[in-house]
Structure formats: structure tokens, C-alpha cells
Design a protein around this ligand. Structure first.
Ligand code: FM0
Length: 325
């Protein structure tokens, strides 16, 4: 009753921002992401009759408190699917992230946990079933089941049966790349979970955000299918800015940007004026990710590394979906 799975993280080009059901993790909009080969989590789950509760080691360190509770609650779902409510597990995860600086590992983490635990209990889930299960650990994680470009379909059913991700194009369809810039090692003030809830509950801009999604999705899917970098880049950047605009309208208002975030955003826009095609996106934190094409990799890396406030630049290609050992 043991299995090991590896999952890569994903970065949304069209963001998930808002839930319609918090306990089931059902979103208010579809989202679309690129899975990255540079960041992953590898997890081994070992269920054993000799254990009296779950125990969790991350990078060989024992984890307790809230992160352990999140893992245990998620395993409760897997246990109940398998009819093994009283079987506990030892979970060992290794995170491959360049630094602990504000890079969400929850996407790769829950995808690897869902895959390893469901396989250890012989659940035989197909990709859609695995994505639907993964969603209940962390929403954005349901897209990491797939390599390349994946779309999380929000679905309409109340129980979430039709809320899971599907692959839009594999990692071999198009060699687009992403640079992750490390700007700050500080803990964020407002988690993505809390930030999206505050936005849904209080921001007058939230309705505009939700209404704008279908057009953005149509554009990005056309762009991905025809490998139109300008089209994909422009809608990625615009969608990110719209998401972040909703937080400024919340009560109390907040932003994830630091001064160095804004500096990098402006630098990327001026790189484009110089003829270097690059577009940014930002999640619920200060760090910036930059979408680019391989032929511009050297120049983009040099320009980004030279920016003030940039501590590190990590380059990624499109990554694979879940793999098992
Ligand atoms: O990834 O409350 O998945 O689409 O990263 O666990 O469901 O951590 F920019 C924000 C990620 C949200 C956009 O939210 O929330 C995206 C975000 P949970 P997540």
C-alpha cells in the first residue's frame, strides 16, 4: 500500500480567483495554466495498519499543525473513496523549488499527494477523476495533473462532479518558456485563500472580473492553438492585471505587489518597446513570472537578472503531467 508520484507546478495564464463553494473548492470562473518543468514535488504515501495517525515529512522534516491538518483532511477524502477510513499513512514529500521565497508549492504538492495516495489505495482513477480529487486539496492543483496547457472547467453541478481540469495542448505542442523571478523572501500578508474570499465578498470589481473571463479564454485558446505568442502574451498580462485590480477594490483593500514587483512589470513593458517579446504574470504574492520564446532566452535572462531587486531568475520549459515511480 505504497506509491510514489511526481507532479510539476503550474502557473495560470488565465487566473482562478474566486470560489462559489469554499468547502468543495468550486471556482467562479474557468482558468488556464502552463505546467512548468522547473518546479515539482515528489511524494511517497505509505498506508500501514501499524500507524495510529498520519505523519508527514517535508524535505525530511516532520510537519505538524495546519499543514499536517490539510494533508490529513485531504487523505480523509481518499480514504473514504477507498472505504479505508481507519488506515493511516506516512507521507514523505520532497519539494524542488529554487528557493522558499513565496513560490506556491501547493499545486505540485496536492497533485503529487492525490496521485500517490489514490494509487497506494488502488483507486484506479482516470485523469479527470484524479483532477477532481486533487481540486479538493487546493484548487489550482487540479491543473497540475496534466502537462503543457490545462484548463480547469468550473462546472455547474452543486457537488462539483463536473469541476476538473482537462488538457488543452501537451508540453510538446509549443516550446514557450517561463522565467520565475525571485523578488522577496518575506511571508505574504494575505494568503490566496483569504485574498480571493475577501475579493468575492467585498470587491465591486469582482463582477467585472468574472464577466471578462469567457472572452479571455477564447482568445488564449486561439493563441495556443495557432502558436501566436503575441496573442497569448497580451491576454495573459491583461488577465493578471484584472485579477490584481479586484484586490484594490476589496474591503479592506490590499495588493500583493511590492515596489520591486512594479519595477519589473515596467521593465518588461519597456523590453517590448525595444523589440523583445516578453509578458508577465503574477499570482498571490510579489514575485513575477515572465512568458517568453526560446530564441530570446539569453537576452531575457540577462535583462531580468540586471534589474534591481531581482534576487534570482529560474527558467522553465513546459512540464509533464503526473508521473509515477
Ligand atoms: O493559480 O484556496 O489554488 O489560478 O495562484 O487552495 O483553492 O492556492 F494568483 C492566484 C491559487 C490562485 C491563481 O489559489 O487556492 C491560479 C492563484 P485554494 P489556490
Amino acid at each position: 500500500m505504497q506509491a510514489t508520484a511526481k507532479a510539476h507546478t503550474n502557473i495560470a495564464l488565465i487566473k482562478y480567483w474566486g470560489k462559489r463553494n469554499e468547502s468543495l473548492i468550486l471556482p467562479t470562473n474557468n482558468s488556464l495554466s502552463l505546467t512548468l518543468d522547473g518546479f515539482y514535488t515528489e511524494t511517497t504515501v505509505h498506508f500501514s495498519e501499524y500507524l495510529e495517525k498520519d505523519r508527514f515529512f517535508l524535505d525530511n522534516k516532520k510537519v505538524v499543525g495546519v499543514p499536517l491538518n490539510r494533508v490529513t483532511s485531504f487523505l480523509d477524502l481518499v480514504r473514504s473513496l477507498a472505504g479505508k477510513e481507519n488506515l493511516f499513512a506516512e507521507i514523505r514529500s520532497v519539494n524542488k523549488v529554487p528557493t522558499a521565497a513565496g513560490f506556491a508549492s501547493s499545486a505540485s504538492g496536492f497533485a503529487a499527494l492525490a496521485a500517490a495516495s489514490s494509487r497506494a489505495l488502488n483507486l484506479n482513477l482516470n485523469e479527470q477523476e484524479l483532477s477532481r480529487l486533487t481540486r479538493q486539496g487546493s484548487g489550482s492543483a487540479c491543473r497540475s495533473v496534466y502537462g503543457g496547457f490545462a484548463e480547469w472547467q468550473q462546472g455547474s453541478q452543486l457537488d462539483g462532479a463536473d469541476s476538473y481540469a482537462v488538457q488543452i495542448a501537451s508540453e510538446d505542442h509549443w516550446d514557450v518558456r517561463m522565467a520565475a523571478l525571485v523578488l522577496s523572501a518575506e511571508e505574504k500578508d494575505v494568503s490566496s485563500r483569504e485574498g480571493m474570499k475577501r475579493t468575492v465578498d467585498t470587491s465591486p470589481f469582482f463582477e467585472g472580473w468574472v464577466n471578462s473571463i469567457p472572452a479571455d479564454l477564447k482568445t488564449i485558446k486561439e493563441g495556443i492553438s495557432s502558436r501566436d505568442f503575441t496573442k497569448v502574451g497580451e491576454v495573459t498580462e491583461a488577465n493578471c492585471l484584472k485579477m490584481h485590480a479586484t484586490t484594490l477594490g476589496a474591503t479592506p483593500p490590499f495588493t500583493y505587489w511590492h515596489h520591486s514587483t512594479l519595477l519589473v512589470m515596467q521593465a518588461i513593458q519597456s523590453m517590448r518597446k525595444k523589440g523583445i517579446p516578453a509578458y508577465f504574470t503574477i499570482d498571490a504574492g510579489p514575485n513575477v513570472k515572465v512568458l517568453y520564446l526560446p530564441e530570446f532566452e539569453d537576452i531575457i535572462k540577462n535583462e531580468l537578472q540586471a534589474l534591481p531587486g531581482v534576487k534570482d531568475v529560474v527558467l522553465s520549459r513546459a512540464g509533464k503531467g503526473i508521473t509515477y515511480k
